[in-house]
Design a protein around this ligand. Sequence first.
Ligand SMILES: N[C@@H](CCC(=O)N[C@@H](CS)C(=O)NCC(=O)O)C(=O)O
Length: 233
Amino acid sequence: MADLSSFPITQKWPPAEPDIIQLYSVATPNGVKVSIALEELGLPYEAHKVSFSENEQKSPEFTSLNPNGRIPAMIDPNGPDGQPIGLFESGAILIYLAEKTGRLIPATARERYETLCWVMFQMGGVGPMFGQFGHFHKFAADKVTNNSYPVERYRDESKRLLGVLEGRLKDRQYLMGNDYTIADITTFPWIWCADFYYGGREVLEYDRFPAVMAWFERCMAKPASQKGLTVPA
Ligand SMILES: N[C@@H](CCC(=O)N[C@@H](CS)C(=O)NCC(=O)O)C(=O)O
């Protein structure tokens, strides 16, 4: 049985099955990327819910694994050298899982790097901009009632990014063509979130991006997506 006792996070969230992947998460767009990928890959894992209302993501046990105090974070008891490895940052976790399994990422170096370009486009663009849009449009709307600039700035930047995705997807099934990859899994939960959590579908004019919407529906329809979106319960 794997010994995860050197990871202080396991004191707060004890593993029931230490031999399988331990995921520390919340069903937010960054969190569900990992559960969707794990479901798609069919890897066994144990999901631990981190309570935002109790600020558990800033607890010493959690920050011992991710010093940045944000979900998702993960321990794989069977790391690259057969020893446990701790990971954080959703993009890094998805790249790790893809490389571990040789799936959800193309086989050729040229296409792998192209996939990583789109993963990074999401990590540095879609995620932060959509997130700030949601903050000002929904969660902090009462703080900007006299100033429309924050909402406009992040709304317009989010729409510009949707336009970039529209260009990429207008003649493709998925971001890398016919194959479903970590580039899709890192990105489509943000389209879901901006609608489902932020109520931004109209403001972001989703109807103006038909290829993005068709791709989004394709990604959402996968059984692994439906399951992963609800983890942890
Ligand atoms: N770049 C990070 C962002 C992680 C992130 O922002 N997570 C949010 C939830 S989607 C979080 O933990 N928020 C709680 C907090 O900021 O305290 C990643 O992709 O993993």
